[in-house]
Design a protein around this ligand. Structure first.
Ligand code: C2E
Ligand code: CA
Ligand code: CA
Ligand code: CA
Length: 280
């Protein structure tokens, strides 16, 4: 505080107070968002590229919050939901909503389309989580084989004793588990060995510069090779350019996701995109 003059210190306190007030407003608004039906899922296609052909194989559900006319991105509110524990209820809504939507698309001719849903650690640590998932699959009539749950390395780092058992239970149901943002956290290759994981998602921070940066190129190549050796699917995230597409294709990465194919969009807006990407 020594660096501040008297007036500046008052100003500083004021802005701290303002920040606290804003945070409180955000928390209050958020805690009513679910009951007020202010959440919406956007969907982004996951595409398989082989022999020069692109075929949609799944969608990732991404949460959005409509605060009045304003669309709030998840980075701004998911941490708040995680802290309050409300992410458990919201996460369950996400799961049910995404499964319902993808089942509907199955019936509209997009058979076999996979549904990827992001999980927070609180959800996975909730007792009976695997049973909740089984119930939602039953309710929504989505086959377990069509569901992919995305978890992060940091989630595994802070896991409880139940996490491994829960993941095994999910696997035995036929649900697939993806390791998201691979390589960005405190990666431990041990995770790939210890947990039942089926998919690696290469973080976009590697992909963005991979075609021009030799070191990032080597890292991306190694992750793709790792996936192949472990018999896991590898999905590269954040593909924005043809150059990145070509690079990944040459490296033998089969699955891609990014603005190059489509930005995440509402269910209504993404449907024609999915149809176009599934046309044979
Ligand atoms: P994520 O799981 O890594 O999701 C991918 C993010 O990359 C999404 O941001 C997506 O819009 C963005 N993205 C996709 N393609 C491109 C591209 O080509 N270029 C660039 N620059 N970005 C691209 P979004 O939707 O803002 O989500 C941010 C994060 O919020 C997600 O990162 C995920 O960690 C979290 N999140 C989103 N929905 C949920 C949810 O339902 N539950 C939980 N627990 N977390 C969620
Ligand atoms: Ca994800
Ligand atoms: Ca990711
Ligand atoms: Ca991320």
């Amino acid at each position: 505080a020594k660096a501040f003059g008297k007036g500046q210190l008052a100003l500083y306190n004021e802005s701290l107070q303002e920040e606290a007030t804003q945070r409180l407003n955000l928390e209050n608004a958020l805690s009513e968002a679910l009951s007020r039906d202010q959440f919406e899922l956007y969907y982004q296609p996951i595409v398989q590229v082989s022999a020069g052909r692109a075929q949609v194989v799944g969608v990732e559900a991404l949460l959005r919050w409509w605060q009045g006319e304003r669309l709030v991105p998840p980075d701004q509110f998911i941490p708040v939901l995680e802290e309050s524990g409300e992410i458990v209820a919201v996460g369950e809504w996400v799961l049910r909503q995404a499964c319902t939507q993808v089942h509907q698309w199955h019936q509209q001719g997009l058979a076999g389309l996979r549904c990827s849903v992001n999980l927070s650690s609180r959800q996975l640590q909730e007792p009976g989580f695997a049973e909740r998932v089984a119930l939602i699959l039953k309710e929504t009539a989505l086959p377990a084989a069509s569901l992919v749950l995305e978890i992060t390395e940091s989630l595994l780092m802070r896991d409880g004793p139940e996490t491994l058992a829960t993941l095994r239970e999910l696997e035995s149901m036929g649900v697939r588990i993806a390791l998201d943002d691979f390589g960005t956290g405190f990666s431990s290759l041990g995770y790939l060995h210890r947990y039942p994981l089926h998919i690696i998602k290469v973080d976009k921070s590697f992909i963005t510069k991979a075609p021009t940066d030799e070191r990032l190129k080597a890292i991306s190549r190694a992750i793709i090779g790792l996936g192949r050796g472990l018999d896991m699917d590898v999905i590269a995230e954040g593909i924005e350019t043809l150059e990145q597409m070509d690079f990944l294709h040459n490296e033998g990465c089969q699955f891609v996701q990014g603005y190059w194919f489509s930005r995440p969009q509402s269910a209504l807006a993404i449907h024609p995109v999915l149809q176009r990407l599934s046309a044979t």
